[in-house]
Design a protein around this ligand. Sequence first.
Ligand code: FAD
Ligand code: UDP
Length: 404
Amino acid sequence: MGVRYCDFRELDKGDFDAVVVGSGFAGAVAARELAERGGRRVLVIEKRGHIGGNMYDELDEAGILVHRHGPHIFHTDDARVFSYVRRFSDWRDYEHEVLADWYGTYLPVPFNKNSLEVAFGKERGARLARKLADVFGDGRKVAITELRAQNDPELAEVADFVYENVFLCYTQKQWGLTPEEVDPSVTARVPVFVSRDNRYFQDAYQGVPAKGYTALFERMLDHEGICVCLGTEAESVFDLEFESGEERAPLSAILIKDAPFEGPIVYTGPLDELFLSRFGRLPYRSLDFVYETHDAEFVLPCGTVNFTVTEDCTRVTEFKRLTGQRHPKTTTCKEYSRPYEDPKSQTPYYAILSDENRAHYERYLALTEKLPNFHPLGRLAEYRYYNMDVIVGRALSLADELVG
Ligand code: FAD
Ligand code: UDP
């Protein structure tokens, strides 16, 4: 059948009984479950000109499959989540590897026993690796903050090295903050790994959809109960009604086509934008992507190279390494992190986690809490640093609740 696209202006309010804002994993999984298990007629509203959220991929001018919102590798330990996404696509086994470009020499990231030997020489590196294993246990993942708290002079030397050559400059580029200033959970995503395992992730299930993410989303949204309106913003479809005219008064109803909408509304966009940023904008980081097609079959030694001590960009990724596509040319993408300043021209990619920003977010969340049919879900609407698998899991759990 294919995805059913429609024009919101041509719909009648009786045409749908559930609304989903956004078509990334949060929105698409929720829509599929509400339609398939809940028997709902679901309207999906997506402001971009395409489905798939940040996972959207397409062929570039050279015919190479590229991810348009940053490289995406699916990884999870959750068998339910992986078996769910497998319903909508065959998968290519792919285990991501990342190398840090350390003044022209490559160090495996997460920094591990192999990186130690590159940085400190084979013999001393092996000795330091044994010490790390003695202190932390072989196979342990140690956050850089934990490693830096050690008093042993040799471990302090390793900690300083990793801090200065892997984390400091990259984190400053990515967040405009030092590693001490970012939430510890952010740098803990990339620990020091007391192991010789060079993979970026150790999850049981890892890969990319064999024909790309867009094809997967096309299948997920291909259901007779789902209709998708592209190029449509929630703000243009919703009329918000509040308990009073006071700034902090909670939402009492969302009107769609002039009537209070009673069915479930799953909202996966930024919460502040829904309320026209009345308490000020939530802080995010955005990214600029610079694509380059090269006249060579491959140009990088692995999927991604992180620039941890040089360059203005944070990292460069070669898509063919991820997708396994065969092509005489290759396309890479460099990522440049920017402050998120203009919702019209930029995308909010990363919530900037801190207690202060969380409190700011909670003020927006409080506006929604008296509206029982409104469900904020996903990386934007929950103001979290969630990976894809967590989003799929959360969307399935929400659907369990809504479908009953
Ligand atoms: P999104 O994918 O952002 O989808 C939200 C959708 O809502 C968008 O399509 C948006 O256009 C739409 N929308 C927003 N506001 C409105 C509105 N007002 N009206 C209508 N539509 C609206 N995770 C991994 O697991 N592995 C990776 O390798 C990985 N790599 C990443 C690389 C980068 C550069 C980034 C930024 C993220 C990466 N992630 C990765 C995280 C992944 O992108 C998120 O987990 C995922 O996108 C979350 O899905 P979502 O549906 O919550 O949000
Ligand atoms: N990080 C770093 N150097 C690296 C890789 C990661 O400093 O080589 C830090 C940086 O602060 C980054 C965070 O660890 O934002 C999380 O990295 P991850 O690769 O998980 O980021 P994402 O893929 O989500 O952008």
